[in-house]
Design a protein around this ligand. Structure first.
Ligand code: DLL
Length: 433
């Protein structure tokens, strides 16, 4: 099933014409209404009129996460604040998050693209969609919610967590589709097994999983364990939330909803635009958003674009699953964490040498975060004398900084590897290859 045949199966020429038209308009909107863009364009002696072809997008400056942070909270809005009817923020918990503001029209667009995404996963009016993405400032919960309303499916807005209850509801309500992070889907399958729930008695047929990196192997495991079709969904707060791209049943890349989001791939070092099939950093421009138009956002996610027509009949471009990031951002249990946040927490502790290593693993199906810290004797002040106390204190400081539970291991001074060049602060032992 295709939700919006016209938009999703547009002939190439027609699509490019539409995109150029929308690009011109969004550039003009950004220039006229967002002082940040006006200054930037003026400094570069650029005018919206300079956009005469799609290729001209390459003349435009990039927008980065830190540009958005600098504009915190509402500096990137292109409409008066009273036109904004909803706000969300990126999933990191400290520092200034990036804010996304939506007008009524923007929420309609979000509902539309999420409706298309859920339809790709086989959802329709008869489906009961158990939405285990977190509701709140995170975009996962409400993004899926709006999509279910677009297509008229029944949403079970259970939000994240409380796995026993998830299972009970899944059985009682005969849930047919679940939406959550892939790692939570695996965890859920494990708990189902422990609870001796016979998967065949459940009504599950598909899952829409995203918000973090995962692999083909993980897909296979989830599909086998839950007896469903597991599909990949991609998105980010800055652009709209979930619903930028979604896999169809062909499972051969994620279709980008190109009538709303314009994708490019660049070489993250030279910033040159790369061709079809070449792997690089995904850059996205919002073509239709009113509340917060974003031009050439550097996602830092690594992928490649594929233009050939898909077996499903859609003509919109596909992106490969994300295989990495150009920065050191980690997503742990769906939450954005930068190693620098952990370092900041450690530096605030008197007597602590910031020699540390962050180790991320996925022992069962959920991410675990361990921080190894070198313990020197001056860490043990008069108030804290015991290893256990020091460990607890560091754990709680890091927890305050990143909002996630962490295991601290105190190790001997000078026992962590030293590097001549860039220190290797993160050992991500999860397998995303
Ligand atoms: O994670 C939006 C979302 C919610 C997507 C629910 C899918 C499902 P943020 O918290 O702003 O937004 O994080 C965005 O998460 O730049 C990627 O690095 C990563 N990411 C999101 N989806 C995928 C995916 C939401 N399918 C950041 N595969 C992005 C790999 C993903 N990484």
């Amino acid at each position: 099933m295709i939700w919006n045949q016209e938009a999703e199966c547009m002939p190439l020429k027609e699509k490019e014409k539409l995109q150029l038209n929308l690009l011109k308009k969004v550039v003009e909107r950004a220039y006229e209404n967002v002082p940040y863009y006006k200054n930037l364009f003026d400094n570069l002696k650029l005018k919206p009129d300079d956009i005469k072809s799609l290729k001209d997008i390459e003349k435009l400056p990039f927008t980065t996460k830190s540009d958005l942070r600098d504009a915190y909270p509402f500096g990137m809005f292109a409409v008066p604040e009273e036109e904004i009817i909803e706000v969300h923020t990126s999933s990191g918990t400290t520092g200034k998050p990036t804010v996304s503001g939506y007008t009524i029209k923007d929420l309609k667009i979000w509902g539309e693209v999420m409706g298309r995404a859920l339809t790709m996963a086989g959802a329709g009016k008869k489906d009961k969609i158990q939405n285990c993405y977190g509701y709140g400032l995170f975009t996962g919960g409400l993004g899926v919610h709006y999509g279910t309303q677009t297509i008229g499916a029944t949403v079970i807005p259970i939000s994240a967590g409380n796995t026993q209850r998830q299972i009970e509801i899944m059985e009682d309500f005969k849930t047919s589709i679940i939406t959550c992070t892939p790692s939570y889907a695996l965890y859920l399958s494990e708990v189902l097994e422990k609870n001796d729930v016979d998967i065949k008695n459940l009504n599950l047929k598909a899952g829409v999983f995203g918000a973090e990196m995962w692999t083909e192997e993980m897909r296979k495991t989830i599909e086998e364990r839950l007896n469903i079709s597991a599909l990949n969904i991609y998105g980010l707060t800055e652009i709209i939330g979930p619903g930028v791209a979604q896999e169809c049943e062909e499972k051969n890349g994620l279709h980008i909803f190109e009538d709303h989001f314009y994708p490019e791939i660049i070489d993250p070092n030279t910033k040159e635009t790369l061709g079809e099939g070449e792997r690089g950093e995904l850059v996205l421009t919002t073509l239709t958003r009113d509340g917060m138009p974003i031009i050439r956002f550097r996602t830092k996610d690594i992928t490649a674009l594929r233009k050939e027509k898909c077996g499903c009949g859609r003509t919109i471009v596909r992106m490969d699953r994300i295989t990495g990031r150009t920065d050191d951002m980690l997503k742990i249990r769906g939450v954005i964490v930068f190693p620098s946040q952990i370092e900041r927490a450690l530096l605030k502790i008197e007597g602590l040498q910031p020699q540390y290593q962050i180790i991320v693993t996925r022992p069962g199906h959920l991410d675990e975060l361990e921080v190894q810290v070198e313990a020197s004797s001056n860490l043990f002040s008069d108030e804290v004398k015991h290893v256990e106390e020091v460990k607890k204190m560091i754990e709680s400081r890091i927890n305050n900084e990143i909002g996630l539970r962490v295991n601290v291991t105190l190790v001997e001074p000078e026992s962590l590897p030293r590097s001549e060049g860039k220190a290797i602060r993160v050992l991500d032992k999860r397998d995303f290859s």
